[in-house]
Design a protein around this ligand. Structure first.
Ligand code: SF4
Length: 460
């Protein structure tokens, strides 16, 4: 892969709000924040509710062009005082740091996640990685406090090799963690696509040499700057494939709303395509088609459901239909996390399920593959169903129930598909909202915190 070259890009990024405050942004960007909005933001500077300290502001020219005619995208990318009205929440509700054996690696399953970049081309205000991007200090399981560091190739390769060696010697399970082989790595951050091609190529080669079968690249670059998927990038990918033909690549893309990839009329409506569906933005479509033309690359979309951005069944229906029609799988929708500074974006769990369910009405079976996921400390969990009818004779089920299904357990893959049933609480935004109404807990989402089902409590 010696012939890999870096591309040259001009994302025309505006970082921070200074240029909006002093009017030095390009003329056409000057009204992006109203004077009133800028004053409200300025008032919070230097206080515990400082918006840029919570999450640095950043936007590309491409994303600005889409935001001009999209309330959803403006909410996604524009700083707003609403973000810090309520700063309740945990710093790490999924307790990710307790799954970090090496700096920059989260290892929970046969899939590991590595942080390879600490920024993206633009920044989503709802980001869950704001501690990495804003370089905040996080508490480690050993009590030390330090900013999150990025993964380094030698340490990650050594860890993968050693983990897999111990698994192989121990009959398929790691002797202390009980985990299986590390087969898959998600390159994340931040966004790996802000790195140069040479740097990405080094990671791809190193992970393949270490025995990783599937490499994922988690990216929102198709939304922020699709021109990044240029000839130099594809030449690098082709060179990688030539050198490592058995490794497959999974592009985990991140569209939140169809306004990020569909062309629009000035009145905000989408433009019908001559053949079917709607017309895409040309650079985004070209990038998707170039990815799809390589049989060893999969493209999957995943997106949280976020208040004011995509808590809209009609938008999600169009998004799922258009993505599938153009070869992008709908993988997961996520519930928001109960994370500090996230209240303005949270959609309650049951509402998120209803929005997704509503959005899938009228879609075909292959267009409705996406599931609603919420990440428990124990592992990835699906919000499988929310009933409207009461559960007759069952304490806690008077207003209906929510059924959680464990999709993956970090501790034991065999726990897959175990179920937990709780009584409904329309205000719940996280598992804790159901602590007082657990009905059945086969998946042990609550018993691991000594929270018992209501029937057992009543019998005591
Ligand atoms: S693209 Fe992802 S990591 Fe980057 S700011 Fe948005 S949510 Fe955060």
């Amino acid at each position: 892969m010696a012939e890999v070259s870096n591309g040259k890009y001009d994302r025309e990024i505006i970082t921070g709000l200074k240029k909006f405050f002093d009017g030095s942004v390009p003329q056409d960007m000057q009204g992006f924040y109203s004077q009133e909005e800028l004053e409200a933001i300025k008032e919070l500077e230097g206080t515990p509710r400082d918006l840029q300290a919570r999450m640095p502001v950043k936007i590309t020219r491409h994303y600005f062009e889409q935001a001009k005619n999209s309330k959803a995208i403006q909410t996604l990318v524009k700083a707003s005082p609403k973000e810090t009205y309520d700063l309740d929440g945990a710093s790490d509700p999924g307790k990710q740091m307790s799954y970090s054996p090496v700096e920059g690696l989260i290892h929970k399953y046969e899939l590991g996640l590595i942080y390879v970049a600490a920024t993206c081309s633009a920044h989503c205000r709802f980001c869950y990685r704001e501690e990495l991007i804003a370089k905040k200090e996080v508490e480690r399981p050993d009590g030390t406090v330090a900013p999150k560091g990025l993964a380094q190739i030698p340490e990650i390769v050594a860890y993968i090799r050693e983990h897999n060696r111990l698994v192989d010697e121990n009959g398929g399970r790691h002797p202390t963690t009980n985990r299986e082989r590390l087969r898959e790595i998600l390159m994340s951050g931040g966004d790996p696509m802000v790195l140069g091609n040479k740097n990405i190529a080094q990671w791809l080669a190193a992970l393949s040499e270490a025995g990783i079968e599937n490499i994922r690249i988690g990216t929102k670059e198709l939304a922020f700057y699709p021109e990044r998927f240029d000839a130099t990038f594809f030449a690098m990918l082709d060179s990688f494939h030539k050198s490592y033909p058995r490794a497959s690549l999974r592009m985990m893309v991140h569209f939140n709303h169809p306004d990020e990839f569909l062309a629009k009329n000035p009145d905000g409506s989408y433009i019908p395509d001559a053949h079917a569906g709607f017309r895409w933005l040309p650079p985004t479509l070209a990038a998707v088609q170039a990815l799809r033309s390589r049989h060893w690359i999969n493209i999957d979309n995943q997106s949280p459901i976020i208040s004011g951005i995509n808590d809209d069944p009609d938008a999600l229906r169009i998004m799922q239909r258009e993505l599938k029609r153009n070869g992008v799988e709908n993988h997961y929708f996520f519930c928001g996390r109960d994370i500090v500074g996230h209240k303005a974006f949270n959609v309650p769990i049951e509402r998120a399920w209803q929005i997704l369910n509503e959005s899938q009405k009228g879609l075909s079976g292959v267009e409705t593959h996406a599931r609603l996921s919420i990440t428990h400390y124990k592992g990835k969990t699906e919000v499988s169903a929310v009933t409207n009818e009461p559960f007759p004779g069952v304490k806690g089920g008077e207003n209906g129930v929510v059924i959680f299904k464990l999709l993956r357990s970090a501790a034991d893959a065999r726990d897959r598909c175990k179920v937990t049933i709780v009584g409904r609480n329309p205000d719940a935004i996280w598992f804790g909202g159901y602590d007082d109404r657990v009905i059945m807990d086969e998946a042990e989402l609550y018993s691991m915190y000594n929270i018992k089902p209501l029937a057992l409590l009543a019998a005591e």
